[in-house]
Design a binder for this molecule. Structure first.
Ligand code: DUT
Ligand code: MG
Length: 149
């Protein structure tokens, strides 16, 4: 699989470009350009120092990092964040501290989130009077049961 080339402008030239930790990884790590401390329950819109130009038909999704989530309760309010192909502004991450008691202190250069680049389909929404039948029908929200008894 050859890598898709994506143009990036570095609004903060001291920090490295997003990068994948391992070959085959889906997410390229994004860094914070600022020190920020989040108290329990607090959220903050954190700059990453980069802007990108995605090719048409691609989207980049801003996902949380599972290690920070498991260890510190760090997540993203609007996960996954959607970076539209036409967006040329700085990518920002809306972090939130879900820990009930501990603050989270992040330092400039810390890896705070990961960017997953994907192809997507555009839909044409067509109004109809009735939808085709399916096995699931309108059952949802636990219709197949949960865990335990
Ligand atoms: O986590 C995110 C989510 C979005 N964006 C930028 C890129 C995206 O293309 C733009 C708009 O995002 P979205 O469509 O999710 O927000 P909206 O509230 O619908 O804003 P808009 O009216 O500008 O579309 O904001 C980020 O930098 N980080
Ligand atoms: Mg929008």
């Amino acid at each position: 699989m050859s890598d898709l080339e994506i143009a990036v402008t570095q609004l903060d030239r001291q920090l490295p470009l997003p990068s994948y930790a391992h070959p085959g990884d889906a997410g390229a790590d994004l860094l914070t350009t600022v020190d920020v401390t989040l108290t329990p329950g607090e959220r903050a819109l954190v700059p990453t120092g980069i802007a990108i130009a995605l090719p048409e038909g691609y989207v980049a999704l801003v996902h949380p990092r599972s290690g920070l989530a498991a260890r510190h309760g760090l997540s993203i309010v609007n996960t996954p964040g959607t970076i539209d192909a036409g967006y040329r502004g700085e990518i920002k991450v809306l972090l939130v501290n879900h820990d009930p008691s501990e603050p989270i202190a992040l330092r400039r250069g810390d890896r705070i989130a990961q960017l997953v680049v994907q192809r997507f389909e555009r839909a044409r929404f067509v109004a109809v009077d009735a939808l085709p039948e399916s096995a699931r029908g309108s059952g949802g929200y636990g219709s197949t049961g949960g865990f335990g008894a």
